[in-house]
Design a protein around this ligand. Structure first.
Ligand SMILES: Nc1ccn([C@@H]2O[C@H](COP(=O)(O)OP(=O)(O)OP(=O)(O)O)[C@@H](O)[C@H]2O)c(=O)n1
Ligand SMILES: C[C@](O)(CO)[C@H](O)COP(=O)(O)O
Length: 259
C-alpha cells in the first residue's frame, strides 16, 4: 500500500516546505491490545482526560515543527473506527493504515505506506500520549543533522539485576548486576533515516528475527544508534498505575495552562 504525497499538504506556515511532498513523517503504531492495562477497549483508544490516548499522541507529534505527515497504524479490524475517531478531533491530515500481530509488523506496515518523498521517519508509540514537542523535535533534528538512528532515553533509576527467569513467582537466581551508569531506559519517538529503518525491517523480517524497539532492529544491521535526552513525561502507559500517573500529569498541564 502506498499513499499519494499530494494527500498531505503542509498544515501551517511554520512547517518546512512540502511542495515536493513531505520529507519527515511520524508512524504511530496503535494496533496493540493493551493486555497489560487490563480489560477494555484497545489501549490506544482508551481515554486520558476524556480524549483517546491516540488523539493525544497524534496531537503531540503533529504539532512538532519537523513533522509534515502522520501515519497511524490501527488494529486491522478497526481502521474505519480509528479514521472516524480521528476525524472527530479536529486534527491535521492523518493517514490510517491497518496494522499487524506485533508492534514490529505494525511499524513495517506503516513504513510501507509512506510516500517516496519521506527521508526521515519517527516512530512513536500511541501508548506514549504525553511526549513533549521538544523531545519530538530534538529527535527529528538529530536525524536531519546526519545521525541514521536516534533514540530518546533516560538514565535508569533502579538498580537492574539480570536473572535466570523462572516465572510463576518462583525465586529467580541473579546472574549479574549491570553497571547502572551505562544503562538507559529507551522511549519514543525514535528517529531514523527512512532507508536504514526500512532495510532493517525488511531484512530482519525475512530472517524471522525481531526486536522490541526499532533501534534494536537497526543495531542488528550494524548501524550506529545514538541516544539523546528523553523526557519524564514521555513514559509509556503500560499498566493501570501508568494511567493514573498520566491523568495526573495531564491535569497538572491543564492547571498550568489555565493560569
Ligand atoms: N500488534 C501491535 C502491538 C503493539 N502496537 C503498538 O505498539 C505500541 C507499544 O506497545 P505496547 O505498549 O506493548 O502496547 P500493547 O501491545 O497494546 O500492550 P500489551 O503488550 O500490554 O498488549 C502501542 O502504541 C501499541 O498500540 C501495534 O501497533 N501493533
Ligand atoms: C518501543 C518501546 O516503547 C521502547 O521503550 C518499547 O520497547 C515498546 O514496548 P513493548 O511492550 O515491547 O511493545
Amino acid at each position: 500500500m502506498s499513499i499519494d504525497s499530494t494527500d498531505f499538504a503542509p498544515s501551517g506556515d511554520s512547517r518546512p516546505s512540502a511542495d515536493a511532498g513531505p520529507r519527515t513523517a511520524v508512524v504511530i503504531p496503535a494496533a496493540g491490545k493493551g493486555v497489560r492495562l487490563g480489560p477494555g477497549a484497545p489501549k490506544a483508544l482508551r481515554e486520558l482526560g476524556g480524549t483517546p490516548m491516540l488523539v493525544h499522541a497524534v496531537r503531540a507529534t503533529a504539532r512538532a515543527r519537523a513533522v509534515e505527515l502522520v501515519v497511524v497504524v490501527a488494529p486491522s479490524d478497526g481502521v474505519s473506527a480509528v479514521r472516524t475517531l480521528l476525524d472527530g478531533h479536529g486534527l491535521p491530515e492523518v493517514a490510517v493504515v491497518p496494522g499487524g500481530d506485533t508492534r514490529q509488523d505494525s511499524v513495517r506496515l506503516g513504513l510501507a505506506a509512506l510516500p517516496d518523498t519521506v527521508e526521515t521517519v519517527l516512530v512513536h508509540d500511541a501508548a506514549r500520549p504525553l511526549v513533549p514537542d521538544e523531545t519530538v523535535d530534538a529527535v527529528a533534528r538529530a536525524v536531519r543533522d546526519g545521525a541514521p538512528a536516534v533514540v530518546p532515553a533516560l538514565p535508569v533509576t533502579d538498580t537492574v539485576k539480570q536473572v535466570e527467569p523462572r516465572g510463576d513467582g518462583e525465586p529467580e537466581p541473579v546472574t549479574g548486576t549491570p553497571d547502572r551508569g551505562r544503562l538507559r531506559a529507551v522511549q519514543t519517538p525514535q528517529g531514523f533515516s527512512r532507508k536504514v529503518l526500512a532495510e532493517a525491517h525488511s531484512r530482519l523480517t525475512a530472517q524471522g528475527e525481531g526486536a522490541t524497539d526499532d533501534a534494536g532492529m537497526v543495531e542488528r544491521l550494524g548501524v550506529e544508534v545514538v541516544v539523546v535526552p528523553g523526557h519524564e513525561e514521555a513514559f509509556k502507559v503500560t499498566r493501570p498505575l501508568d494511567l493514573v500517573l498520566a491523568e495526573a500529569v495531564l491535569a497538572r498541564r491543564r492547571a498550568k495552562d489555565a493560569y
